[in-house]
Ligand binder design. Structure first.
Ligand SMILES: [Zn+2]
Length: 261
């Protein structure tokens, strides 16, 4: 089955060569608008084909539902996002890696469900991210610290007062691209997990000065991705692909996911 890699931080195109030979690029039409270009790579080290989608935050980004609908349409089951994040926790600095294990949704103007009419979006957020992909990230990037992610929509940065408030809520990092994507992915029974690379400090701290740490961490993540994807259990053991079984059995959703709304 093909995988999807969402790159929510700048990556120089030559660095993507480690993910396999480029086969094609295309834009996918969806009921929520066009999304892309998507790049398909023959990732032999991943033991699967890999779609790659550059992905940057609001306000110009595509409707997140379009991204997930297109992924499902392409036959993708597993989505791994790599995002540049703000380190709210004072122990985090530029170039550190994190593994989001839970989230707080602080978005205000994003779609919250595919199912505004059917009520099929009552889906447990335990666990918030796919256990299979998260376990593989832990195995191959053990330096990625477990972190609680605060999903914001920007584009402005947080204020110092907000940074302190988010810390009191228990958030370690802030970002723009995992929420609502992670819970919309669940609605389509897709696996979704992420690796974060700290690119900046929260507004209550001194600005972080860069000396190539982010570039180095990005390279380490890209090198680990084929091993992460190749080590995923087949078939999946996480249960993400059965999250709508109950809705299907009750007749709320049809067997054809393209009829879901
Ligand atoms: Zn999963």
């Amino acid at each position: 089955m093909p995988h999807l890699l969402i790159l929510a931080l700048p990556v120089p195109p030559p660095a993507l060569a480690t993910l396999g030979k480029l086969l094609e690029e295309r834009v996918i039409e969806t009921p929520y608008g066009p999304v892309g270009p998507w790049a398909r790579r023959a990732c032999t080290a991943c033991d699967a084909e890999l779609w790659i989608l550059p992905y940057f935050g609001a306000p110009t980004r595509t409707d997140p539902r379009a991204t997930l609908w297109a992924a499902k349409d392409l036959g993708v089951q597993r989505i791994l996002a790599v995002e540049g994040m703000v380190g709210l926790d004072h122990l985090l600095t530029r170039g550190d890696m994190v593994l989001p294990i839970d989230y707080i949704d602080w978005t205000k103007h994003q779609p919250t469900t595919f199912f505004e009419k059917t009520g099929a979006g009552y889906i447990s957020q335990k666990p918030p991210f796919c256990p299979d992909i998260s376990a593989a990230i832990r195995d191959h990037l053990p330096q990625a610290r477990p972190a609680i992610y605060l999903g914001d929509e920007g584009p402005r940065h947080e204020t110092a007062a907000e940074a302190r408030m988010f810390q009191q809520w228990g958030a370690h990092v802030r970002g723009l691209n995992l929420v609502p994507e992670t819970y919309l992915a669940k609605e389509l029974e897709l696996c979704f997990a992420a690796v974060g690379i700290i690119t900046a400090h929260g507004a209550d701290r001194e600005r972080a000065r860069g000396q190539g740490e982010v570039r180095q961490a990005t390279r380490q993540v890209l090198e680990a991705i084929p091993r992460i994807l190749a080590s995923l259990p087949d078939p999946p053991t996480c249960g993400c692909n059965h999250l709508q079984d109950s809705a299907r059995q009750r007749g709320v959703l049809s067997p054809n996911w393209k009829e879901w709304s």
